[in-house]
Design a protein around this ligand. Structure first.
Ligand SMILES: *[C@@H]1O[C@H](CO)[C@@H](O)[C@H](O)[C@H]1NC(C)=O
Ligand SMILES: *[C@@H]1O[C@H](CO)[C@@H](O)[C@H](O)[C@H]1NC(C)=O
Ligand SMILES: *[C@@H]1O[C@H](CO)[C@@H](O)[C@H](O)[C@H]1NC(C)=O
Ligand SMILES: *[C@@H]1O[C@H](CO)[C@@H](O)[C@H](O)[C@H]1NC(C)=O
Ligand SMILES: *[C@@H]1O[C@H](CO)[C@@H](O)[C@H](O)[C@H]1NC(C)=O
Ligand SMILES: *[C@@H]1O[C@H](CO)[C@@H](O)[C@H](O)[C@H]1NC(C)=O
Ligand SMILES: *[C@@H]1O[C@H](CO)[C@@H](O)[C@H](O)[C@H]1NC(C)=O
Ligand SMILES: *[C@@H]1O[C@H](CO)[C@@H](O)[C@H](O)[C@H]1NC(C)=O
Length: 359
């Protein structure tokens, strides 16, 4: 008797929190908040049922330079804009992400112009490949009647994204449209993560809650870099495996290759014309005139290499890796102890959140 008095309110409470957890997923929005930066670069996985071209995708998502799509997909720079994209082929599209109210959304782009015979559902599920729900388009554009849209009308498509760290680590968030019949395990394997991380990040408890044709928030591990926090590209140098980027006004090309120890490798590049600068500044290493960015030299204390460390309006920063002489390794250990106990606390905290969500 006593037990059942206790159980009913508890059950009600539990199913209520369960519904709350579920609704985070149902609305197709990604969490974004806390101590993460409020703006960052994010990726969406776009595919179309019809064959298309890179140029069409570039136009649809309002991407300024074709090379940023090529770079996100590790395609050669020589690829032309007329390159065919097959039906259901997935192209990674970079988007600027903005976080507010705990939700991440593309920063007022892309803007779509309604064509004859379009309706919101078709725009969301077909034209934008299921990356957004039509209700969200209606909500953010404050449309009075979602059923009444007219050719020529323009509105903003809120694509899902996030800038959150994962257990203290920087990651690139990728919106993956779930195929029907796939499982968390399968998706996790495809993107180098695990099913519990995916479940936790998306506020779901298992495969039964995976929604086909809706976006799932997938965290992609990023290469570590030596870019300074005061560099103009500090916020954009997070690259997942198998991608590259041009930075420092196109004077530097950096790429991330998991097989190179998840370390960003950067070098001077003349593949693109410099933007803003007439010519590229020197990529000589500060403190070692004989070294250029990406060069390594051997010293009596082991190899030292010169890495890209960011840029300002005037110059390109470099950093020389510390030599490995025995008496120069001072404060390093302390820092790593602090950060690992910090991530341990973060893991506990996230587990507690997950438990709240699961029960
Ligand atoms: C943030 O959320 C509050 C309450 O849920 C709402 O009133 C407000 O309009 C939201 N702001 C934005 C920018 O969405
Ligand atoms: C795909 O092609 C079909 C047949 O031509 C057309 O009806 C449909 O609108 C196209 N879908 C998109 C998203 O353009
Ligand atoms: C993750 O996969 C393991 C093994 O396949 C399974 O036991 C577990 O229930 C899965 N967890 C979730 C959240 O799907
Ligand atoms: C940038 O890095 C320096 C040292 O590396 C640190 O002292 C400073 O607090 C950092 N600034 C920000 C805004 O993170
Ligand atoms: C990195 O990408 C390459 C090329 O796509 C792939 O072969 C490799 O398995 C990936 N490695 C990891 C660890 O994701
Ligand atoms: C790989 O990276 C880690 C930390 O980023 C470093 O400690 C380790 O020495 C690196 N290994 C190699 C072979 O470069
Ligand atoms: C230094 O790096 C540049 C590219 O940044 C390369 O062309 C050059 O061969 C390298 N020099 C040495 C000695 O490794
Ligand atoms: C860099 O240049 C831009 C415009 O060319 C200017 O708005 C900005 O303030 C400059 N920043 C610094 C740190 O000088």
């Amino acid at each position: 008797m006593e037990a059942s008095h206790f159980t009913l309110p508890l059950l009600l409470l539990l199913s209520f929190s369960y519904l709350l957890c579920l609704s985070a997923q149902m609305t197709g929005t990604f969490k974004c908040g806390g101590d993460s930066p409020s703006m960052c670069h994010s990726l969406v996985g776009y595919s179309s049922k019809n064959a298309t071209t890179l140029h069409n995708i570039q136009t649809l998502f309002a991407i300024k330079n074709l090379h940023s799509i090529l770079a996100a997909n590790n395609l050669p720079l020589s690829t032309t804009r007329d390159q065919r994209v097959n039906p259901n082929q997935v192209i990674r599209v970079p988007i600027p992400c903005s976080c507010s109210n705990g939700t991440g959304v593309s920063n007022r782009v892309p803007v779509y112009t309604v064509k004859k015979d379009d309706n919101l559902y078709f725009i969301a599920t077909e034209i934008f490949g299921g990356l957004v729900r039509y209700q969200r388009i209606s909500e953010v554009n404050k449309l009075r009647d979602a059923a009444l849209i007219e050719p020529g009308q323009k509105f903003w498509i809120p694509l899902p994204c996030s800038c959150d760290k994962l257990d203290g680590q920087d990651v690139v968030h990728y919106a993956h449209v779930v195929k029907s019949g796939s499982s968390l395990d399968e998706i996790a394997t495809m993107f180098g993560t695990d099913n519990t991380t995916l479940a936790r990040l998306n506020g779901i408890s298992g495969d039964a809650q995976l929604l086909a044709d809706n976006p799932l928030n997938v965290p992609l591990k990023a290469c570590s870099s030596s870019v300074r926090n005061d560099s103009l590209d500090a916020a954009t140098m997070l690259l997942p495996n198998s991608s590259y980027v041009f930075t420092a006004n196109n004077c530097i090309k950096c790429s991330c290759d998991a097989s190179k120890n998840w370390t960003l490798s950067c070098e001077a590049s003349s593949e693109l014309k410099p933007s803003k600068w007439q010519t590229c500044p020197s990529s000589q290493c500060e403190g070692a005139d004989n070294l250029l960015i990406s060069n390594t030299t051997s010293t009596s204390c082991g190899p030292r290499s010169c890495a890209y460390a960011g840029y300002s309006n005037q110059t390109i920063f470099t950093t020389l890796s510390p030599d490995s002489c025995p008496d120069s390794g001072g404060p390093g250990n302390y820092a790593s102890t602090v950060s690992s106990s910090f991530s341990f606390v973060m893991v506990l905290f996230q587990c507690a959140l997950l438990c709240l969500c699961l029960f």
